[in-house]
Design a protein around this ligand. Structure first.
Ligand code: NAX
Ligand code: ADP
Ligand code: K
Length: 669
């Protein structure tokens, strides 16, 4: 049996939909009479049991606390609790709202669960509510204590029905529980995530308190170890900062029809990125492969010139032209003898990395003069009223970074002008357009502000961060939004942005024909560069840390397959000892990123040749073919086979180099 990776599965794993769209996709299933609440409860209970087992806790000896709100989310929590209780867990539901759904209460209490209403206004038959403010306060404190001592908290306070930031009891609970979790979580990132000295947290559908559609965290919320998301991903699962609160995501496949559903946000994956790596053809010459022109670096920051030029050269450009003062020019030549100095025809520009706006030294002025000449030569789009195609013809694709960001003709830019600010640079850019905003405002609402910049300039915006957001305008309709977070946090290192600008330039140049015929591809090209940057960082640092991972897909009809896959993916040991002593790998500096870029592309180009085996296949192979273990002992039963499987290398592919990297993280495929 070959478990072919279903393209729609893959789409489901990387696309997020607004709550409105989720409701639209849910409706027909409910009309068919699908018991979605029960299915959701089963999925949540399966995940909870798995989390406990990862922490070496027997479900039958576990203590579970459910924070149950009065809507559908709380209902999911109670159905999950009923299953856990029937498996022998001691389960208490803290009712955080006014009521609970009677059918769920019946199921839950019937299985042995207990309910404690926390609100004075609660009305839950058979379970008395606190009567006074002070009783309510006491109950809340007892509840918080209970969450401190249990093994697992199931956060089912609010889901996609949440309006605004949390208030009332959910707000108070979330504040205190978040505080506890932060205090008790080992500061060392390398600590085993399943064996912290604190309860595990499973979020139902979304972590309560996050901005479901905009990815913000507007107030109190509870960060989760695992979020069990129903039907389809919500934007908060992909967008920073909320995505950081989701932990590992389990996506429960309700078989929504997503084929025509409007995608709110799309995460980059290896397949999309690989499709944007231009393969060299025999009919190519160095010009057709893409010429990148860089006006980067300065006397003061010659290194930025080297990093951006070398990154462009290592990312598949046919030729790199560098323009700059003597010191950076010499530095570029000595690192990259094949660079051509001076102006000439290019397919894409990289402007401004390592060019300071603050220091008006003579050399900086020189770079800025060239940049402003290049920008001016590309026309004044404000007056001309050109359409996207005309703009494309009169303006090369370009990356505007760092010291060039304050030199833009600010409005009506074509979409293939890509601005690559970090939060501080975006704040300055927006301030120059009359917005009152700080870098910290942008960190809190990155999607909102990136979109604002996109609306105001017409350009594609790449807002850097652990998860990077790319937002590009579309002729008709909302902008296209991509997120990418392949890299480990080691990527936050000086010069890393210069490398990214060079990669961007190379991809814009090598894909300039595609961009000319279909300008709407700019978001994908831009996001691919950021994704490639992340792969290079992972390779260079030998790190398994990712700002974001594709979710695990759960089909509630084949729970066993899911459990097996999840165990493999979540097993800490599994990630240790391949290339490095810990899953975190080691620190890197920007030049190492440059060196890893070629390997990163080799991996992506190898993808079509790889036969990626998924765990379900191994179950099959092991069951049907492997009848003896390595010591020639017969393998007689399924449970034995599964034990053995966990010690097997993931794949039997011959491409060991690729496998060593890709095999560690099968979730990317
Ligand atoms: N629609 C469906 O049929 C399905 C719904 N499901 C579950 O149901 C959820 C949606 O259910 P609902 O629409 O009932 O809504 P929720 O359960 O997400 O939230 C509504 C409840 O939260 C409270 N609330 C809302 N905003 C609040 C705030 N800011 N602070 C404090 N409390 C707040 C409300 O008073 C209400 O009690 C999904 O997230 C999912 O978990 C899933 O089981 C799948 C099927
Ligand atoms: N916490 C983080 N985790 C992973 N990557 C990060 C993190 N913070 C920043 N990055 C990435 O590191 C790079 C930093 O770029 P930038 O701030 O321009 O650096 P520099 O100006 O030193 O070149 C960006 O690609 C950004 O996405
Ligand atoms: K929740």
């Amino acid at each position: 049996m070959t478990d072919v990776i279903n393209p729609l599965d893959n789409k489901l794993k990387k696309t997020a939909y607004s709550t409105e769209t989720i409701h639209t996709m849910t409706r027909p299933l409910l009309q068919e009479g699908r018991p979605l609440m029960e299915e959701a409860g089963k999925a949540a209970a399966t995940t909870a049991a798995l989390m406990l087992s990862m922490a070496d806790i027997e479900v039958s000896h576990s203590q579970v606390v459910i924070l149950a709100g009065s809507g559908g989310n709380g209902c999911n929590g109670l159905f999950a609790g009923a299953r856990l209780a029937s498996m022998g867990a001691k389960v208490i539901a803290l009712a955080t709202g006014h009521c609970l759904q009677p059918k769920a209460v019946e199921e839950f209490t019937g299985a042995g669960g207990n309910i404690v209403p926390l609100s004075r206004e609660a009305s839950i038959p058979r379970f008395p509510s606190p009567q006074t403010a002070s009783q309510e306060q006491d109950k809340l404190q007892q509840a918080v204590k209970l969450t401190q001592s249990c093994d697992l908290i199931i956060d089912a306070m609010t889901g996609i029905g949440q309006h605004g930031s949390l208030h009332a009891i959910p707000e108070k609970l979330a504040e205190q529980i978040k505080g506890q979790i932060e205090n008790q979580t080992t500061a060392m990132l390398s600590a085993d995530p399943w064996h912290q000295h604190r309860p595990l947290v499973e979020a139902i559908d979304v972590p309560s308190g996050v901005g479901v559609d905009d990815g913000t965290v507007p107030g109190a919320y509870i960060p989760a170890d695992v979020t069990v998301c129903f039907g389809a991903l919500k934007p908060c699962c992909l967008l920073p900062p909320a995505a950081y609160a989701c932990g590992n995501i389990v996506l429960v496949d309700f078989k929504f029809d997503i084929s025509h559903a409007p995608v709110a946000v799309e995460a980059m994956d290896t397949h999309s990125c690989a499709s944007l790596i231009r393969k060299a053809k025999f009919s190519d010459n160095k010009y057709t492969r893409g010429v990148v022109g860089l006006v980067t670096g300065s006397e003061q920051y010659p290194g930025a010139a080297v990093l951006s030029s070398c990154a462009a050269a290592n990312s598949g450009a046919g030729m790199v032209r560098y323009i700059g003062p003597e010191r950076p020019s010499n530095a570029v030549l000595s690192a990259l003898p094949e660079a051509v100095l001076g102006e000439g025809k290019v397919q894409a520009w990289v402007l401004g990395s390592g060019v300071s706006t603050a220091i008006a030294s003579k050399q900086t002025d020189q770079q800025r003069t060239i940049i402003s000449r290049i920008l001016a030569a590309h026309g004044d789009f404000t007056k001309s009223g050109m359409d996207e195609n005309q703009k494309h013809d009169s303006c090369r694709p370009m990356v505007i970074d760092a010291g060039a960001l304050d030199m833009l003709p600010l409005r009506q830019l074509p979409s293939h002008v890509v601005l690559t600010p970090h939060t501080g640079e975006l704040a300055s850019l927006l301030a120059s357009m009359g917005e009152t905003v700080t870098a910290s405002d942008i960190s809190s609402k990155p999607l909102y502000w990136a979109r604002r910049a996109c609306d105001l300039t017409g350009a594609t915006i790449l807002l850097k961060g652990g998860i990077t957001i790319v937002i590009s305008p579309r002729n008709n309709g909302d902008p296209k939004i991509f997120t990418t977070g392949f890299g480990p946090a080691w990527l936050a290192t000086a010069g890393s942005g210069d490398v990214l600008a060079g990669i961007e330039g190379a991809l814009l140049a090598s894909q300039s024909e595609i961009l000319a015929s279909d300008p709407s591809q700019i978001g994908l090209v831009t996001a691919s560069a950021a994704f490639l940057h992340g792969i290079a960082a992972s390779l260079a640092s030998h790190s398994q840390q990712r700002a974001w991972r594709l979710p695990l897909l759960m089909d509630t009809r084949s729970i066993e397959d899911f459990t097996h896959e999840a165990k493999q993916a979540w097993s800490y040991e599994y990630r240790v000892g391949r290339n490095s002593a810990t899953p975190l790998g080691h620190p890197i500096h920007a030049s190492e990123l440059v060196n890893s870029l070629k390997d990163a592309q080799e991996l992506l180009l190898a993808l079509p040749y790889l036969h990626i085996e998924r765990p379900s296949e191994q179950v099959h192979v092991d069951k049907q073919v492997q009848t003896e273990d390595t010591n020639n002992r017969p393998i007689s039963d399924r449970s034995r086979t599964e034990t053995e499987q966990q010690n097997l290398p993931l794949e039997a592919s011959s491409q060991e180099h690729t496998q060593a990297f890709l095999g560690i993280d099968p979730l990317w495929f």
